[in-house]
Ligand binder design. Structure first.
Ligand SMILES: [Cu+2]
Length: 453
């Protein structure tokens, strides 16, 4: 960053993560990316609506030693966005080895609510890693199988630290969670069963708080919690955990890990994420607002393709996860991947893995959830529909979906069809949509779509 207030860049001390940007809506951001890696790289600003040459498409990747100038205005509403590399085939390892950071946007509507700020506003990046005996990160030790499932580490980190423990006051906090993991899905809960109060998702505040017994957070997704410790006694401890879930809806189906994966902590295992030790009360009690923000609701009947949703089939072909039978090609845009600037559309992601679309894998036919991310937009989830026979894996996680607000990444479970309403509002250009299981994306589960003006 060239100039600006000192508060606009925060570092997480002792962490490998990138800095936290804190930016007001409407501000202009100028950043120089200097590539000191031995490989190409480029940065994607996940969730932001910015021109395509700012969005970090892999065709803009720069060579080692080169620089890239970012210069864009932040037009998104308040919310927690993030940034990470996006060179094709290398996103997984580059994020894994530490290239990711948060991009927090504030605006007047949010400021008027008096939500917890300063030390009471805690960004928490959840990731999993595997370390060798020399304490060095190990990536994809199991080769092809890890690649098909996605990387699953055996150590859970929060803001880069294992066994995360935090001292909190007996007051209200805003906990901003990012699942920055390559492929792990978390089933977040408080250890004592206290319901979680959600105030925001990927694209910022909800209209009103909602509660969940647990929250399903897939790679790339964010959720913000209102956590009020004021009723807790000093010295008590809260733990944020990931509850166990099982994924298999048929004998061969594995939701990553299990007997096929190499991780000793498969997807769906149960573990602690962090502990919070409650101290004394210090601040004035901050009440949870009953209403949070205005969300302009898209209506399905206004979509230009309301009778014919744009369909994306996720399926396994050979050893690779595909979208409509295709893999990523740097410059290719198929006819059915072109949309018009300004249009509101229904996009439907249908996860047919393990079903009619999953061919030729025999007992290796994996049924995997896919967190689908669309660049350059925020969308609203319109409908979820689960195919008969796939209910058990679905119901292990579905009560934890928070579809009430703006999203840029949505988890599509095996056998599920998810419809989203998306308007291509601001910029024409070629953007990406892809699976945010980073190993799936790197293997080609990614495509261009083009917004024509
Ligand atoms: Cu995937």
């Amino acid at each position: 960053m060239r100039e600006g207030s000192a508060e606009s860049i925060q570092t997480l001390s002792g962490s490998y993560l990138g800095p936290i940007f804190r930016i007001g809506k409407g501000q202009r951001v100028q950043v120089r990316l200097k590539n000191e890696l031995p490989d190409p790289t480029i940065i994607h600003w996940h969730g932001l609506s910015i021109p395509e040459e700012m969005d970090g498409h892999p065709r803009y990747a720069i060579a080692p030693g080169a620089s890239y100038e970012y210069d864009f205005q932040v037009i998104n509403r308040a919310g927690m966005y993030w940034f990470h590399p996006h060179p094709h085939g290398l996103t997984g390892p580059q994020v894994y080895y530490g290239l990711a950071g948060l991009f927090i946007v504030s605006d007047d509507e949010e400021a008027s609510l008096g939500l917890p700020t300063g030390e009471y506003d805690l960004p928490l990046v959840i990731q999993d890693r595997t370390f060798d005996s020399q304490n060095q990160m190990v990536y994809l030790a199991n080769g092809m199988m890890d690649q098909m499932i996605g990387f699953l580490g055996d150590t859970i980190l929060v803001n880069g630290a294992p066994d995360a423990a935090l001292d909190v006051k007996a007051d209200a906090y805003r906990l901003r969670l990012l699942n920055g993991s390559n492929s792990r899905i978390y089933k977040l809960a408080w250890q004592d069963g206290t319901p979680l109060t959600v105030i925001a998702t990927d694209g910022g505040l909800l209209e009103a708080p909602v509660t969940r017994d647990y929250i399903t957070l897939a790679p790339g997704e964010r959720v913000e919690l209102w956590a009020d410790f004021s009723g807790r006694t000093a010295g008590s401890q809260m733990r944020l955990v990931s509850l166990p879930f099982s994924g298999s809806s048929s004998g061969g189906g594995m939701m990553g890990g299990g007997m096929m994966g190499g991780s000793s902590l498969p997807n769906g295992a149960s573990f602690d994420i962090m502990s919070l030790k409650v101290g004394a009360k210090s601040a004035e009690a901050v009440p949870l607002p009953t209403s949070l923000a205005t969300i302009g609701r898209h209506r399905a009947e206004d979509a230009v393709n309301r009778n014919n949703p744009r369909a994306f089939t996720l399926a396994m072909q050979g050893m690779i996860h595909t979208i409509n039978g295709r893999l990523f090609e740097m410059d290719a845009v198929a006819r059915d991947e072109i949309v018009q600037l300004g249009d509101l559309e229904i996009w439907e992601f249908a996860n047919l893995e393990g079903g009619e679309g999953g061919m030729g894998m025999g007992m290796m036919n994996m049924e995997m959830p896919h967190p689908m991310h669309i660049h350059g937009v925020q969308f609203q989830v319109l409908r979820r529909q689960i195919t008969r026979g796939y209910e058990s894996a679905y119901q292990a996680l579905s009560a934890g979906f928070v579809d009430d607000g703006w999203k840029d990444t949505v988890l599509v479970m095996p056998g599920e069809k998810v419809q989203v309403l998306v308007r291509f509002e601001k910029y024409a250009g070629t953007y990406l949509y892809h699976c945010h299981n980073l190993e799936h994306g790197d293997a080609g589960m990614m495509r261009n779509y083009k917004i024509e003006s």
